[in-house]
Design a protein around this ligand. Structure first.
Ligand code: ADP
Length: 278
């Protein structure tokens, strides 16, 4: 369990978080969503202890992550958006070097993932496209067998079939002992993958809720006509998609882009609606 308690963080001239509380438990794929520059990468770095908060704390199983204790580091893998790689190396060499630090690393898992993505692990990184590098690194990260998996903008640079591959291998990797956190501003890429959904902005955590809690409070209306009480409406072929308060307890399917827009446009209302968790 990762617990973030009353965390405040600033870069030298740039406040990022003020008094943030969040928890990440096992068995979930958390989506950490927010526009560019709101602090998603910073939060992931705080979680893995690469950045130190000025106030508050981040604990993994009760231990401060900023201490970077070996017992914690063996449990966590962080895949940044920009990795500086030995360009002459191949994924099969790289994964072995990385695996030395992880007791549950499995080359077999790595091989399976690479073949599922139709990737050649003997190709040098310098011979690969950006998307191919990204997929190789994802396979490396997921084969470390860690309890915590942090992925920063993992779908950047992936083509459409690869985004579907990404969702498939992530769903397979998820299990009851693993906590996966995916940060992204490309919210559509993680639709039907993430649950709970956390949306952050410069104003802090706007939404932190499971899909079940979201659909209990919000109704995604695809019926076509414009709804006056919508938090957000968008034109679709055949009419409108509306996000409205769920007053009749009806079930609906979350449209993640519409949710994202509804939350950003109605910050106070959404915070109040989901206030027991935020
Ligand atoms: P996101 O991942 O949501 O795009 P970041 O965590 O990268 O956001 O950045 C949050 C804010 O902190 C931005 O305003 C960014 O400009 C600033 N920032 C990020 N890294 C640094 C740094 N090393 N030094 C100073 N400011 C930074």
């Amino acid at each position: 369990m990762i617990e973030i308690k009353k965390l405040s963080f600033s870069y030298k001239h740039c406040p990022v978080f003020d008094n943030v509380d969040l928890e990440f438990g096992p068995g979930n794929i958390y989506g950490l969503l927010g526009e560019n520059g709101v602090g998603k990468t910073t939060l992931l770095k705080v979680i893995c202890g690469l950045q130190r908060a000025q106030k508050g704390e981040c604990l993994a199983d009760g231990v401060k992550t900023e201490d970077r204790a070996p017992s914690f580091l063996k449990d966590i893998v962080f895949l940044p958006d920009d990795v500086s790689l030995p360009l002459d190396a191949t994924p099969e060499k790289y994964v072995g070097e990385m695996g030395v630090f992880y007791p549950n690393y499995s080359y077999g898992v790595f091989e399976d993932l690479m073949s599922e993505l139709n990737m050649d692990s003997s190709l040098k990184f310098k011979e690969m496209s950006f998307g191919m590098v990204k997929k190789s690194l994802l396979c490396c990260a997921l084969s470390m067998g860690t309890k915590y998996v942090l992925l920063d903008e993992p779908t950047n640079g992936l083509d459409i079939p690869s985004k579907a591959d990404f969702r498939r291998i992530l769903s397979k990797r998820a299990d009851e002992n693993t906590t996966i956190i995916i940060s992204t501003h490309q919210v559509k890429d993680v639709e039907n993958l993430i649950d709970p959904i956390i949306i952050i902005s410069k104003d802090g955590v706007l939404l932190n809720a499971t899909v079940e809690e979201i659909t209990k409070n919000l109704y995604f209306d695809y019926s076509g006509s414009f709804k006056e009480n919508a938090l957000y409406s968008e034109m679709m072929p055949g009419g409108y998609l509306n996000v409205v308060p769920n007053e009749n307890g009806e079930e609906s399917n979350v449209n993640i882009e519409a949710l994202f827009n509804a939350v950003l446009r109605n910050k106070d209302m959404v915070k109040k609606m989901f206030s027991s968790k935020n």
